[in-house]
Ligand binder design. Structure first.
Ligand SMILES: *Cc1c(COP(=O)(O)O)cnc(C)c1O
Length: 428
């Protein structure tokens, strides 16, 4: 029996309605920018496999470090024990963050990194004897699929079956261009003495449709929170590791969020790992003779040694001059293409930040993930062995940094041809 049919018998896939769906495509190997099918055909991975791949697939250096670690120390319980790669990784993470941050808490993925951030913030207030419960987040935000992460995310079709079980969160307008004042006003109006924390995706809101906003307005929002004693949680699960052009998106800010959540690109896209980093004063509130002030949170695979080794290798590669230069080039190419695409007639908007470009197609009604155009775009490109996974009517290019100019040009050309076809169809 083929891989696909056995898969269909046994496996339940994420974000997939199997009714009427095409069988999943078996991928048997990967290298750099490409995923290889059983018949040897290669698929161009223009979305970095759900935003995780940083240097491209199966990078030899990361693979080597994983192999070495797997035969040295695979895993050790992280309560009461530690290991060299977790320590090395903590140093590497903290080195790239302002000195106000002092502690790294490891978990499994983006959702758990966010859960940890929320729990740290809430327990911080309890531990210092001023319990506060209210959390503020942006409308349209996405922070993961576990209950806490879902609670701080936008209420929409995806979360509808659980709405009555999600804890209350106060949603405010995100500060997209033209909405800055509204967002600032809503933040000020929503904060009260009960407000514990404000959580946000800095500068780039991926799942919302690769929507962007300025560092300037986010700085103002963090200042407001600081002045009113509200903790700030930056969810850098997508934006970390140069996605927005800087190592972390918060490097474009003057203010320092209290807590930073990392995952996705942290291991270069090889192993599942989450990390939540906090400022010293937060950690200090958990250090006490009182045992009940302990942060009682942990996962079986916390700080898995193989994942930490992969992450250390990822950091080493990112610190190389040639890698930084390559990223800078990708940012330039993406920006250049964006300015060309601004003239395209079927687009409502072309926007970019760092290594990411998003093209929003004009559609008759309010855009949504479930828009038929989404399937049409996906099927068109996958039929041409290009993996683009549009968010509703938004096509985005979020490539691994191994991509060459010729490969990007090929992608740009394919997308432009597709848009030209749409333009022709619209005229009929
Ligand atoms: C993907 C994502 C998450 C969730 O990460 P998982 O590893 O899928 O659990 C959280 N926040 C943001 C901003 C993300 O893009």
């Amino acid at each position: 029996m083929s891989i696909s049919t056995t898969d269909a018998q046994n496996i339940w896939h994420p974000f997939t309605q199997s009714y009427g769906a095409a069988l999943p495509i078996p991928i048997v190997s990967a290298k750099g920018l490409y995923l290889y099918k059983e018949n040897g055909d290669k698929v161009l991975d223009a979305v970095s496999s759900w935003w995780t791949s940083i240097h491209g697939h199966c990078h030899p250096y990361i693979a080597q470090k994983i192999a070495e670690q797997a035969s040295t120390l695979d895993h050790v319980i992280f309560a009461g024990f530690t290991h060299p790669k977790a320590v090395e990784l903590s140093q590497k993470i903290l080195k790239h963050l302002p000195s106000a941050y002092s502690k790294v808490f490891f978990s499994d993925d983006g959702s758990t990194a966010v859960e940890v951030g929320i729990k740290m913030a809430l327990q911080y207030w309890s531990n210092i004897g001023k319990p506060k419960r209210k959390i503020i987040a942006f409308k349209e935000s996405y922070h993961g699929d576990t209950f806490g992460a879902m609670s701080v995310g936008d209420r929409n079709e995806f979360t509808a079956p659980f709405h009555s079980m999600l804890f209350e969160v106060h949603f405010i307008q995100a500060p997209f261009k033209g909405f800055e004042e509204e967002a600032l006003q809503q933040l000020s109006a929503t904060i009260d003495n009960e407000t514990a924390a404000f959580i946000f995706e800095p500068l780039l809101m991926g799942t919302a449709g690769m929507k962007m906003y300025s560092a300037e307005v986010l700085d103002k929002m963090i200042s407001i929170c600081e002045s009113k004693n509200v903790l700030t949680i930056a969810d850098e699960v997508l934006t970390g590791f140069y996605r927005t052009g800087e190592f972390f998106a918060i490097h474009q800010l003057k203010n320092i969020p209290s807590i930073v959540c990392l995952s996705k690109g942290i291991t270069g896209g090889t192993m599942a790992l989450g990390a939540t980093v906090c400022e010293s004063f937060i950690y200090d509130a958990f250090v006490s003779e009182d045992k009940f002030k302990t942060f009682f949170h942990g996962h079986s695979y916390t700080a898995n040694a193989i994942a930490c080794a992969a992450a250390c290798a990822n950091f080493e590669l990112l610190e190389k001059e040639e890698c930084k230069l390559k990223i800078k080039n990708i940012c330039d190419w993406q920006l250049q293409w964006t300015s060309e695409m601004k003239k395209n007639k079927v687009l409502k908007e072309a926007r970019s930040i760092g290594t990411v470009v998003a093209l929003e197609l004009s559609t008759s009604n309010e855009s949504s993930y479930f828009e038929p155009i989404r399937d049409k775009i996906y099927n068109h490109f996958i039929g041409r062995n290009i993996l683009l996974r549009p968010l509703g009517n938004v096509i985005y290019v979020l490539p691994p940094y191994c991509i060459e100019k010729e490969e990007l040009d090929y992608l740009y050309n394919e997308i432009t041809l597709f848009l030209n076809d749409i333009h022709e169809e619209n005229r009929k």
